[in-house]
Ligand binder design. Structure first.
Ligand code: ASP
Length: 440
């Protein structure tokens, strides 16, 4: 049995944090594969090393400023960590190579990836683990998409013969060897890729919170934590804005049925949140698992007599939206009406054109774009077996005098989504939370 442990930037922001990380790893011999982020913020106003690298690269490769001067604060952060940990290590050769590459304008992905790369070297040395450069083990195809098959084979073979290793997060290599990064926060994804390739029993994702909360703590005071959540529930919640884990991170482990445990480096005794496969998940403690939501949606509302018997109507409507690069989020339909909920930002700069085209192609009897909608997702695997969940959501909102503008229940009965005025957003989350979490 072995585990992959991924540590986020705040968990490795300075030598003090490195020590906590080493204690966590040494406390469990199953923690054999370590995926680090670059050093993150040490305090609120601090800058993440990744952001420092992007800036330095811009200064050197684009503006032609002096590398030594621009790179000095980054060098200082790594040298500071090394000195405080008391390890015998010099990164001078690495720094020099980075300087040459920056001056040759090798690319901003390479630049950003150096935070994880250098941090991986330091951590491997400190732990006494092998260092595996992600450029030699994690691959993209020619189109720049992550190449699952080649990575699985190469990384799997490498890990098979390496009992304990540090593999830096966030980047890999293109077929020609060029460094490419995942999107921001992508070390979570690397952790998942390593977990799958190493066929481990658990992917521990260490961060600075003790897992997911039922609702956003900026809205609900002291919300309860989520102890177990399924991959599908998490997809629903993270799509609706619940942060903590990179959006794509669940895919590799999900396909291999490996659970993820979100843990807190600063409170390792806390159980955190366990993310498990949907099949065989334990019954939930409460009917709902979480509530999340987002503001800034618009409804494209269309009325047309006998819409339902008008062949190809929805297809034509969707085609117009597709041609304008608009992704429908929800599409509740009636007999003579359809409402398409879209992200308001997607309408920017093309409202008039879109309206013109829709009127021309769809010929609605009435057409309107209504802004200022917020969507709230009430998510829980417990809903399926319990009657009256929707009633309770609606009762909570109606008692609070909140008007519901749209209702959508996912076909898997895993979520109920309501659309309300943006101004009611915070109040709605609070009353739904109270209805389910305080009265059960
Ligand atoms: N260091 C990268 C970022 O700041 C990747 C990560 O931390 O996961 O986005």
């Amino acid at each position: 049995m072995s585990k992959v442990v991924k540590f986020g930037g705040s968990s490795l922001a300075d030598a003090k944090q490195f020590k906590k990380v080493a204690d966590i790893i040494h406390a469990d011999p199953e923690r054999r594969y370590v995926v680090p982020s670059a050093p993150g913020k040490r305090f609120k106003e601090d800058t993440k090393v990744t952001d420092m690298l992007y800036r330095c690269y811009d200064e050197v490769a684009v503006q032609g400023l002096d590398f030594e001067k621009s790179f000095a604060p980054i060098k200082e952060r790594f040298n500071g960590i090394i000195a405080e940990l008391g390890i015998e290590l010099s990164l001078d050769e690495e720094f020099a190579k980075i300087g040459e590459n920056f001056k040759a304008a090798i690319g901003s992905d390479y630049a950003a990836s150096r935070g994880e790369y250098l941090n991986g070297i330091v951590l491997a040395k400190y732990l006494g683990f092998e260092f595996i450069d992600a450029a030699k083990a994690i691959f993209f195809d020619n189109k720049g998409n992550f190449d699952d098959a080649i990575t699985d084979a190469c990384l799997g073979a490498l890990l098979d013969k390496t009992p304990m290793a540090v593999i830096p997060g966030f980047y890999g290599a293109m077929p020609d060897g060029t460094i490419k990064t995942f999107s921001r926060g992508g070390s979570d994804f690397t952790g998942s890729v390593v977990a799958k390739a190493a066929k481990v029993s658990l992917y521990e994702n260490w961060t600075d919170v003790s897992g997911f909360l039922v609702a956003d703590p900026r809205i609900v005071e002291n919300p309860e934590g989520i102890s177990v959540i399924t991959y599908s529930e998490l997809r629903e919640l993270s799509y609706m804005g619940a942060g903590v884990l990179h959006e794509d991170a669940i895919f590799p482990v999900r396909s291999a049925n490996i659970p993820i445990n979100i843990k807190n480096t600063n409170a390792p005794q806390d159980a955190g949140t366990l993310i498990v496969p949907t099949q065989g998940a334990p019954a939930s403690e409460h009917i709902i698992t979480g509530i999340a939501g987002k503001k800034n949606f618009s409804v494209i509302s269309i009325e047309k007599d006998r819409m339902n018997s008008n062949k190809g109507f929805l297809r034509r409507l969707l085609q117009v939206l597709e041609n304008h690069d608009i992704f429908p989020e929800h599409m509740p339909t009636g007999i003579d009406t359809v409402s398409v909920v879209v992200n308001s930002a997607e309408l920017d700069g093309q409202r008039e054109k879109l309206t013109e085209r829709l009127v021309e192609v769809v010929k609605p009897d009435h057409f309107e774009i209504i802004d200022g909608l917020a969507l709230i997702a009430v998510v829980g695997r417990g809903m399926r077996s319990v009657k009256g969940t929707a009633t309770r959501v609606f009762a909570a909102l109606s008692h609070a005098n909140i008007n519901i503008r749209m209702i959508d229940q996912g076909s898997s009965e895993l979520n109920i989504i309501v659309g309300i005025e943006s101004a009611d957003f915070e109040k709605a989350i609070k009353v739904i939370y109270n209805m389910f979490m305080l009265s059960e």
